[in-house]
Design a protein around this ligand. Structure first.
Ligand code: PMT
Length: 221
């Protein structure tokens, strides 16, 4: 059994995709399955933490002992995290949050028209959840993810600085065997004074390695 490195530490993790409605039957989303976030939740629970996962729509069983808050949209995910942040020691943003939502959600199903081959959707920016949490005066130890398709280390370190994060775990999502909706992943983890590469492995194994790193940096702060 793993040592209780995070005994009674409150950990909140965002997981999965968000869904942004277009009309009552359509939405914008992405390929996140929630597997990475749920694996982190299980790994944190194994280390003795009290874990809440704030999750978009996923098809996964919630790990034993983990509290799940189900949401759909980015705004709902932000509200749910803000609701619990006062009692949160470590916040991990693993969700693939839609950067934009539809400006005017149609109340009725949008009809196909005969007089044009085009239609346009106007999008507006969603709030940035991890940056909002990391901007709070009493912020928890905050860990972000970075999903990149090129220059992974450069963009990840830039995101860590811009969003005021304590750590960032970057994955190269251009590779088919890792990242979104795969069983495995590989991560380049950065913090202000260090870096560690976590090689390709099952998400459950990788989550244990990442949680051990997070626990170490959290204890060292
Ligand atoms: O769910 P899986 O299928 O297991 O796949 C795992 C994963 C690929 C989704 C995961 O490993 C991952 O990379 N998650 C972050 C995806 C993402 O949206 O990355 P980003 O580089 O666009 O965002 C950077 C960070 O800001 C992330 O911590 C993200 O959660 C956060 N963010 C982004 C936008 C927003 N509006 N609010 C946020 O909090």
């Amino acid at each position: 059994k793993a040592p209780a490195l995070l005994k009674d530490v409150n950990v909140m993790i965002t997981a999965g995709p968000t869904r942004e409605a277009i009309d009552p039957v359509r939405y914008i989303s992405n390929h996140s399955s929630g597997k990475m976030g749920f694996a982190l939740a299980a790994a944190a629970e194994q280390l003795g933490a009290k874990v809440t996962v704030v999750s978009g729509p996923v098809n996964l069983t919630t790990p034993a002992g983990v509290n799940k808050v189900a949401v759909n949209t980015a705004q709902q995910m932000l509200d749910a995290t803000l609701n619990q942040v006062a009692s949160c020691d470590i916040f991990i943003a693993c969700a693939a949050v839609a950067d934009y939502r539809v400006a005017d959600v149609a109340e009725q199903k949008i009809k196909k028209t005969d007089n044009s081959d085009e239609m346009q959707l106007r999008l507006v920016k969603n709030p940035d959840i991890v940056a909002t949490i990391a901007g709070l005066a009493n912020k928890p130890f905050t860990v972000g993810f970075a999903a990149e398709t090129q220059d992974v280390a450069h963009y990840a370190q830039d995101k860590m600085a811009r969003k005021n994060l304590d750590m960032i775990a970057a994955n190269d999502v251009s590779k088919p065997e890792q990242g979104f909706n795969s069983e495995q992943n590989a991560l380049s983890v950065f913090w202000p004074t260090g870096h560690q590469q976590l090689d390709l492995a099952d998400k459950s194994e990788l989550a244990q390695q990442l949680m051990a790193l997070i626990a170490k940096q959290y204890a060292a702060q």
